[in-house]
Design a protein around this ligand. Sequence first.
Ligand code: ADP
Ligand code: ZN
Ligand code: MG
Length: 484
Amino acid sequence: MQIKNNKYEAVIGLEVHAQLLTETKAFCGCSTKFGNAPNSNVCPVCLGHPGVLPVLNKKVVEFTVLMGLATNCTINKHSIFARKNYFYPDLPKGYQISQYEEPICENGFINIKTTDGMNKKIRIKRIHMEEDAGKSIHDQSEYTLVDVNRCGVPLIEIVTEPDINSPEEAYQYLTKIKQIVQYLGICDGNMEEGSLRCDANVSVRLKGEKKLGVKTEIKNMNSFRNVERALYYEIERQTDLMEYGEEIIQQTLLWNADLNEAFPMRSKEEAHDYRYFPDPDLLPVIVDEEWKNEIAARMPELPEARFNRFIEQYKLPEYDSEILTQSKELADYYEKVVKLTTDFKAASNWIMTDVLGFLNEKKIEVKQFPVTAENLGKLINLISNGTISSKIAKEVFQIMLETNDEPEKIVKEQNLVQISDEGEIIKIIYNVLEKNKNQIEEFLSGKDKVLGFFVGQVMKETKGKANPQLVNQLLKSELEKYRK
Ligand code: ADP
Ligand code: ZN
Ligand code: MG
């Protein structure tokens, strides 16, 4: 898609909330487990009863620092928690513990690939820690129900500078963030389930203009594609307003994915509406050099490093490496496969076409894929050592998808071993030639492609089990004999 009026430029800043994968909540010992009975994961602290005292979960700090380091942020030695005050039925405390002034991480960046294949730096203004609110459920009965299990579940908020200039770049940025949190193991990155959420701020200005335009903020998008669509919608709307010289009003919009339209939710609230103030119940968070280094030492391999390593170690094309390292699970799966086979490129091809094809078709994740990496590795070996042809391998793979039996067992049981015995193949060739005299004449008169017909016949006779190279070679020499 292209923004229709190229006099204008879009300016986008994203605020991403990521739910941290801690066992317990940010300021109490309640479980963060999803799917428990409504209002069962609660205690006086996360319900905000009077007189209780929150205690910060150390893991929350460590996960946030990991993310800060992975995105090139400065880790502030001193940061503080603030209360963000507002009333909402799913927020029994009447305020959310967040960070406002003095967040824990600031001034980072990540690189994304733009549509023309260039690297672009997206600056990260800040990453701060905060707690989640509960959930209002509107569609279960004639009443709105409130489940406060999520109150106090730890989040980080990652805020970019307004460096993003198109919906595609926003999509790329989100993909990268998801990839990083998954590699770090600090968030499952699932946007459909709400563990990754994105609010998009967008304005439009004349190209070359330095001043930022009036922005709107779009909320309620539950997939990266919806963020992209919502941005297209809003950029078009603002561009039209600019063209007609009409005013753009600063407001918050809600995306409606069914209608493909955004609707005003409220006029934008300002920071002062929240009456932020330092939370008197929580001490400043101090991350000294020692602790920071300790956390840094636990940094796992990040997507970019793994991408480069795959090219280096397995001699893969950039294209393959990009796809294989897209998610940590897929990259792990690939590395398990190549533990069993040295056919690195074949392993990559199988994963990129057959494995990903199946995952996309069934809309499932790598972890739900029925064929173990070990069995795929063994299957690839059966091809490279000549036991089966690659065509038969596809059949075996289909059976593996259903049974996840060992490929050797399937090959044996179904009698699929490749026929590489010359004598046996020659016999079949004689048979085929005998039955197709006319085609021999055609071949001799110069129609080379008749060879393909003969190969096909032999393969048919052997139910695809004959070694195709051998069939080709033997057929050619047999046919040549007719020339004399
Ligand atoms: P607010 O006070 O409205 O929350 P912030 O300054 O905190 O605004 O910025 C929130 C997000 O909006 C950031 O990602 C920032 O980069 C982005 N942003 C700020 N101003 C603009 C603008 N004029 N156009 C587009 N994005 C903007
Ligand atoms: Zn609690
Ligand atoms: Mg803000």
